[in-house]
Design a protein around this ligand. Structure first.
Ligand SMILES: Cc1cc2nc3c(=O)[nH]c(=O)nc-3n(C[C@H](O)[C@H](O)[C@H](O)COP(=O)(O)OP(=O)(O)OC[C@H]3O[C@@H](n4cnc5c(N)ncnc54)[C@H](O)[C@@H]3O)c2cc1C
Length: 476
């Protein structure tokens, strides 16, 4: 029997595992997909919200503000791309001013620092591409952007470095209360733990309802996006939201930490918890709303579209706590779940520490170094690196200039990349303008060589997504 089983390797599960790895405890993270960061954490706006939006007094507001305050130091410690670019909620009609003031007051009550309302002249200075209709905006200098993949891999790697174990392709299907803990039933056999943490994203209600009589309903709320090429870098400097009001809810326009521009999302309630395909209707809605808060948006620079599913609890609140002895929920983690993840990790780890009376592990090492990006080196340093490790001299992804050395590093990490998507999210190979058109076969070769797999065993994203069925004319 291990001490703790965490179900779900999204940003919540990984933040929890990393916080718990500060303690003397045996931790097992169980994930149904092939890798870390395969659920909602892989498809969102990547914004570290300042915390003015969530209702004052809610757990969501508290953890959002705490998470946003913790993020700079955490990103530094774990070597994750994060920037405090500030955010603007743009008001397009003077009649909507009471709503803007309400948002400001809610933010102040939540403890968000530096909030102020800026009028048109200052707004145009801050964001020259803001709409000609813009009247004023709520400016939050503490708003930020982060790489959601990078953050989650970093949390997982650091948890693993400090002893946490990860098990992938293992779906939890049931629970049995046993002496001193829980039997966790999966499609790959049974596991036992003293404490179970349910961090299963949109599926957290199903797991919760297996043990609790107080039933929970999570609705997958889809958000569709356009991702624009890095040639649009600088189109907006801040994250630009539109104040819901006379012109509807609007969509946001934000830079990403890697220089792309993200436009979206919609908010469409669906039934299918795996329904992450974009729809024509959803993307049409984004297109129609995208030009309201900014002008001249270069939407023609779209390189891909995608959708993510918010785990919307009908109570619109994070559901964190011990629901049965030794069974802890971390459910309903919709937006701002990414921003709140550092604080969610601490809160859940505190609950589990209380249950198990865990002691600190003096060997805990919170530092983690990310994958070396040769673009950050001087010419001399880069030449020196290639001399020592020639793989850094071979560019595999031409759009993003990603070398073989970076891809090998991504595969060798723990937990490491095992598929094209795993490499893509860790290194950005395949994230650029051609979306993997050129580099995919090369990445497949490297994956095959490093993992000892045949080409027909290489997948896009785990079992069932094999990329080729065999070698040409094999069957002739
Ligand atoms: C459109 C959209 C925009 C968003 N924008 C932002 C934003 O800008 N800022 C922000 O702060 N937040 C944002 N969010 C919210 C944020 O993305 C989520 O709150 C966060 O990623 C949730 O992480 P999680 O780990 O709880 O869930 P997930 O990332 O979904 O992880 C849950 C994991 O559990 C696994 N799992 C499920 N069932 C089982 C099972 N039975 N057995 C084993 N494993 C299982 C899943 O495979 C998955 O990997 C947005 C969300 C969406 C959809």
């Amino acid at each position: 029997m291990v001490d703790i089983i965490v179900i779900g390797a999204g940003v919540s599960g990984c933040a929890i595992a990393r916080e718990l790895s500060r303690k003397k405890a045996e931790i097992l993270v169980i994930e149904k997909d092939e890798d870390v960061c395969c659920g909602t954490t892989k498809a969102n706006s990547a914004i570290v919200h300042a915390g003015y939006d969530a209702a004052n007094g809610s757990l969501m507001a508290k953890l959002n503000v705490q998470g946003s305050q913790m993020m700079p130091a955490l990103a530094e410690e774990l070597d994750v791309h994060f920037r405090r670019n500030g955010s603007l909620v743009v008001m397009l009609d003077e009649d909507d001013r009471p709503e803007l003031v309400k948002l400001y007051e809610n933010g102040v009550a939540n403890g968000v620092e530096g909030l102020r309302i800026v009028e048109r002249d200052e707004l145009v200075e801050l964001e020259p591409n803001v709409s000609d209709e813009a009247v004023a905006a709520l400016y939050a200098p503490t708003g930020g952007i982060v790489c959601p993949f990078g953050l989650t891999y970093a949390l997982a790697e650091n948890a693993a470095k400090n002893g946490a174990k990860f098990r992938f392709n293992t779906k939890v299907t049931g629970f049995e209360k046993i002496d001193g803990g829980w039997k966790v039933i999966t499609d790959q056999g049974d596991f036992e733990a003293k404490v179970v943490v349910n961090a299963a994203g949109v599926h957290a209600d199903e797991l919760h309802n297996m043990v609790s009589d107080d039933k929970m309903t999570i609705i997958p709320r889809r958000g569709d996006y356009f991702l624009l090429d890095r040639t649009t870098e600088g189109f907006v400097k801040h994250t630009v939201f539109q104040l819901p009001g006379k012109f509807g809810k609007g969509v946001l326009i934000t830079p990403t930490v890697h220089g792309n521009t993200l436009v979206g999302p919609t908010a469409i309630d669906i039934e299918d918890k795996d329904g992450t395909a974009t729809t024509q209707m959803g993307l049409d809605e984004v297109r129609a709303k995208s030009g309201l808060a900014v002008k001249n948006l270069p939407l023609r620079q779209t390189i891909t579209s995608f959708a993510g599913l918010r785990a919307h609890d009908v109570r619109h609140e994070f559901a964190i706590g011990e629901v049965k002895p030794g069974f802890v929920d971390c459910a309903g983690i919709e937006s701002p779940g990414l921003s709140s993840a550092p604080a969610i990790g601490v809160m859940v780890a505190d609950i589990v520490t209380g249950i198990l009376s865990l002691e600190d592990d003096p060997t805990f090492d919170g530092k983690r170094k990310g994958i070396l990006d040769p673009k950050t080196l001087s010419r001399e340093e880069y030449a020196e690196l290639i001399k020592k490790e020639p793989a850094y001299g071979t560019v595999i992804c031409r759009c993003e200039t990603i070398t073989e050395g970076e891809i090998i590093d991504a595969i060798k990490r723990v937990p490491g990349a095992k598929s094209l998507d795993g490499v893509k999210r860790r290194t950005r190979a395949g994230m650029g303008r051609c979306q993997g058109g050129f580099c995919s076969p090369r990445v497949m070769e490297i994956l095959g060589r490093e993992l000892g797999l045949e080409q027909n065993q290489i997948t896009k994203a785990g079992p069932g997504s094999e990329l080729i069925v065999g070698i040409n004319k094999d069957t002739v």
